[in-house]
Design a protein around this ligand. Structure first.
Ligand SMILES: *Cc1c(COP(=O)(O)O)cnc(C)c1O
Length: 383
């Protein structure tokens, strides 16, 4: 379908094309200077000590769990209102998940009180997810984690360039994981980055992303090493020079694009305020010290409004919408594995959620079309 207003769109120009051509003409495609530069620059922008370019955020989350030594018999607390990768990454290690509730209609991030409720002697870590690029309550979360002896992994797939009290999201916990999938704020097609401030974790990640090998292609190419050993079971979770070149170019646009996303969000909030829609994060966005990435524009329909009717109405107006997210614990695989889980608040919020289009190249007339679509829907007596 050719949408009049798509849910998301790339901000790509000649710069990205040139960056890729330069790599192709340089004839060095993996683990080279482009990946190094992207890692260094990404670390610098986020104020992190170590950065690792990876194949995607799912592999970043998997490596985060492995580097922390999480495995069979361990438990990790995860939000159910997230993309399934947040939870899958834990299960890959043989560990188990405990699903946590969201805070409520005005903040869809994990309820910090859930960490206390769900923690037990087997709990090793909590993964928090900065929904839509809005910060989780990191002071509370890191405080509780420290008290309970848990590691903190941040699923920062929505949140490159976002900050809380001057500190970048993805650098509050032990490890932060970012996604550069096509529809994310910084897009390279597939791609991811792992940040950590801990040298012990950095060494583990470095080895695990390349088969547990002791020396890498680049070093061998440079003549630093001619042989290698394999000291543990690792993976090939590396990125490559083409994706890194795209990432470096996109990183240069990130701050301005995040700011534009927030301008558009403010516009939405202002122009939709007379509809019965509820806006998660509108208050959070205005809080002192909160600099969101504005990845998504989620709305909650009033109780009793049929979501499919709303989405069909928007579709007829040429506006693409989506749902973030069907709760993970309600997917068939997870229901079979964890039949006892019930999260009434998350389930109720998720049933009402619709995501409206948001992307930095969105024009005023695109936003008009979305606002008109919403306004008309409720004028038709759907409230
Ligand atoms: C996109 C996304 C991921 C997975 O990212 P990939 O790079 O596609 O592996 C993980 N968590 C969240 C919240 C996401 O939105």
């Amino acid at each position: 379908m050719n949408w009049r207003v798509p849910l998301a769109d790339l901000d790509y120009s000649e710069e990205e094309e040139q960056a890729v051509l330069d790599v192709l003409r340089g004839r060095w495609l993996t683990m080279g200077s482009m990946t190094r530069s992207f890692e260094e620059r990404f670390a610098e922008v986020h104020g992190a000590r170590f950065a690792f370019g990876l194949s995607n955020a799912t592999t970043a989350l998997h490596l985060a769990c492995l580097a922390l030594g999480i495995g069979p018999g361990d438990e990790v607390i995860v939000p159910s209102l997230s993309f399934v990768a947040t939870s899958n990454a834990v299960l890959y290690t043989g560990a188990s998940v405990r699903f946590a509730e969201a805070l409520g209609p005005h903040d869809l991030t994990i309820d910090p009180a859930e960490i206390q409720r769900l923690a037990n002697p087997n709990t090793r870590a909590v993964i928090v997810m900065h929904y839509g690029g809005y910060p989780c309550h990191m002071e509370e979360i890191t405080g509780l984690a420290q008290q309970l002896g848990l590691a903190v992994i941040e699923d920062a797939a929505h949140a490159p360039g976002a900050r809380l009290h001057g500190r970048s999201l993805g650098t509050w916990g032990d490890i932060g994981c970012f996604s550069f999938f096509s529809n994310k704020n910084l897009s390279t097609g597939e791609g991811g980055m792992l940040l950590t401030g801990r040298e012990d974790l950095a060494q583990k990640v470095q080895a695990l992303r390349s088969h547990g090998m002791t020396s890498l292609t680049w070093d061998r190419h440079q003549g630093h090493a001619y042989s290698y050993d394999v000291v543990e079971l690792g993976y090939n979770y590396r990125t490559d020079e083409i994706h890194s070149a795209l990432g470096l170019t996109q990183l240069g646009k990130l701050a301005a694009n995040n700011a534009r996303r927030m301008e558009l969000s403010l516009d939405y909030w202002k122009r939709l305020k007379d509809t019965p829609l509820v806006f998660p994060f509108q208050e959070r966005a205005q809080e002192e010290g909160v600099l969101p990435a504005g990845h998504l524009f989620p709305v909650l329909l009033p109780e009793g409004v049929e979501r499919q009717a709303f989405m069909d109405h928007m579709r007829a107006a040429g506006v693409q919408t989506s749902i973030h997210y069907p709760p993970i614990h309600q997917f068939s695989y997870y229901r079979e594995r964890y039949p006892q889980v019930s999260l009434p608040l998350t389930e109720a919020l998720a049933r009402r959620e619709v995501t409206l289009p948001l992307y930095p190249t969105m024009r005023p007339e695109d936003l008009d079309a979305v606002v008109d679509g919403c306004t008309q829907f409720f004028k038709l007596g759907h409230a």
